[in-house]
Each structure stands twice: as C-alpha cells, then as structure tokens.
Design a protein around this ligand. Structure first.
Ligand code: NCD
Length: 339
C-alpha cells in the first residue's frame, strides 16, 4: 500500500493510481472480514464521525454510519430541519460547533457544489485537525460512490484481488442523466485513471458534448493531474452504438428534482431509447453486469426484472461494497488527522 497523503476526500480528480490501489486493497480486507467472524474492529475507538447532510440520502448516510460503527467510532448525525440553521446560524459555524464537540471526521452532503471543499479550507485555516469527506455536493462530486463503483467493478473482474489494474482496457458504458450526475463525474475520474475506456450515452439535453473532455484537464484550483495517462472517453447517442463489446453497463437515475427546464419528452420515450432490459443487454454480445448507484426509478432506467435479477444486477452488491469502501476512507483519514 502506498503512503496516504490526503487530509480530506473532496474530489477524485486529486487521486493518483496509488490512492485508488490503497483504497481498493483496504476495502477488500474489510470486505472479506465478516467471513472470518470479526464484525467490528477497534481501529477508530474514541474517534467521532459527524454527518452533516443538508440533502436527502438513504444509502450514503447509513453506509457511512455503519462503516464508522464497524471501526468502533462514535457517530453523530446532524438534522438540518431541527437545527439552529433555521435560526440563521452559518454553515461554517454549525460545522465548528461539531468540531468543538470533538468531531474528527465530518461527512458533508450539500446541494451546492463546493460546500465541502470550502468548509475544509476554512477549517484548515482555523487550524482545526478535522477531516472532511464529501458525501455529494451539487452536480460536482461524490467520491465515495465513485470508489465503491470502482471497487464493485474491480471485484467483478478480479474477485480475489480487486485492483485498479482489473479495469485496464475494459469498455464501461455509462448511460442516462449524466448532466446532473455527480456520480458520473466521479466515475469518470476513477475509471479513466485505471485505464478503462468509458462510453457515455444519452440524449444531447442530458449529455452535453463538453463531457468528452471532462477529464482532459484537472479542475480549477488543481494544477496537475496526478494520473499520467487516462483511458479514453467517447460520447454516443444510442445504446445500439454503446453496448456492443461492453464489459459493464452503469445506468443513472433521471434527477427530475434538478431538471428545471423541459429536458425530456417523457419517461416512456426515455425508457424506450435508453432504458435497460434483458433483451437490450443482448446487444453487448456477452453477459455483462449492470450497475446503478440508486435510488432506481423502476421501469425507467431499467426494467424491474433486470434490477431484481441478481445474476446481472450488481445494485445490491454496490450497497454492500459501500460499507468497506467507506471504512477504508474513514480509516485512512483518521490516520492523517491523528498524526
Ligand atoms: C446518488 C446521489 O445522491 O448523488 N445517490 C447515491 O448517493 N447513491 C445518485 C442519485 O441521487 O440519483
């Protein structure tokens, strides 16, 4: 395992190949642990993880909570609706209140891009030792989801030793509402870093041309790309073009709550063109797994039959893998903040 240098986990654009390898290796150790009978580790005993979720979440919040508990950390959950935010307290002051109570790890989700990063910068400037984990900010980034998707794919291709190498040269199709998806953006950084060929598929309204060069340069504020050579990204408009030769297909939820213009003619016509089904997957020319970060709109992104078919759908496996991946992140960041 390489040395871990990140104080916070905010965006996978900052991850090197060694960082991915470290997370996958550690996650795999935690993933196989229950088999040996050890369900809980003492690693983070006496440490405190606080979740600040300003946007709804089912999987991410519970998964971080369980990950922290499996490492014996204490867990605190912030509920925005019943908090002093409604009395006008700023977000930074809210975060500092929890830091004053002893939070070592802040897990932050917000509907505005950049909030976790700005909190991390301000807390650093104030000399606080707390680590910030981005649990999804606006359309920008969802690093723990990108990592769990990567882990799920790596375990699919190399069950015994999942590593970034397992993704090299694989054709991974991502279909759907890419415009509104922080998951797709994090997956783009992760998959191309590992040398996968990513095929993005969707209508022009949900997949603008700019995505073809999304990973061509690091984001503003970051000078260098830590990955010397990335896999190629291709844009196509139909599944007939995208699926032949695919090694895995990921579909994304239509985020209607973020669609303020009329970007779709209708859910039925979307399903007819971009929905996944057993029949449509035959275009791949071989059996391939299907991923979805959830929550799924049954019958829209994919048929209910496909979602429930455990021989094809890795959706529940993604949920299971979220716990060891988040354990790995908490473990690594707790190590840095303790130093
Ligand atoms: C995603 C999210 O919130 O970004 N869900 C998740 O974390 N598993 C995707 C979505 O909401 O569709």
């Amino acid at each position: 395992m390489g040395p871990w240098t990140h104080r916070h986990v905010l965006d996978l654009a900052a991850f090197s190949l060694e960082d991915y390898a470290t997370v996958l290796e550690l996650a795999q150790r935690f993933r196989v642990m229950p088999v040996a009978g050890a369900r809980k580790l003492p690693a983070l005993q006496g440490r405190l993880m606080t979740s600040l979720f300003f946007e709804p979440s089912t999987r991410t919040r519970s998964s971080f909570e369980l990950a922290a508990k499996r490492l014996s950390a204490d867990v605190q959950n912030f509920a925005p609706s019943s908090s002093s935010l409604s009395k006008g307290e700023s977000l930074l002051d809210t975060a500092r209140t929890y830091v004053a109570m002893g939070a070592d790890l802040l897990v932050v989700r917000h509907r505005c891009a950049g909030v976790p990063q700005s909190l991390a910068e301000q807390l650093d400037q104030a000399g606080e030792r707390v680590a910030v984990l981005n649990a999804g900010d606006g359309l920008h980034s969802h690093p723990s989801q990108g990592l769990l998707d990567l882990f799920t794919l790596a375990r699919h291709f190399a069950p015994e030793a999942p590593s970034p190498e397992a993704l090299r040269g694989k054709r991974i199709v991502i279909v759907g509402d890419i415009l509104h998806s922080r998951v797709a953006r994090s997956n783009l950084w992760a998959l191309t870093a590992c040398g996968a060929r990513v095929v993005l598929c969707g209508p022009p309204t949900l997949l603008p041309e700019a995505f073809a060069v999304f990973v061509a340069a690091p984001p503003p504020g970051q000078v260098l790309d830590p990955v010397p050579e990335r896999g190629r990204v291709e844009l196509v408009r139909s599944l007939e073009e995208a699926l032949p030769g695919a090694d895995a297909v990921m579909t994304l939820r239509l985020q209607q709550e973020r669609m303020h213009q009329h970007l779709l003619t209708g859910l039925e016509s979307y399903h007819a063109r971009y929905g996944l089904s057993h029949q449509r997957l035959e275009l791949c020319g071989r059996p391939v797994p299907v991923l979805h970060p959830g929550p799924v709109n049954r019958g829209v992104e994919m048929t209910g039959e496909l979602l429930d078919d455990q021989t094809v759908s890795l959706v529940e496996e993604q949920v299971r893998n979220g716990i060891p991946v988040r354990m790995a992140l908490l473990y690594l960041l707790a190590g840095v903040t303790a130093a």
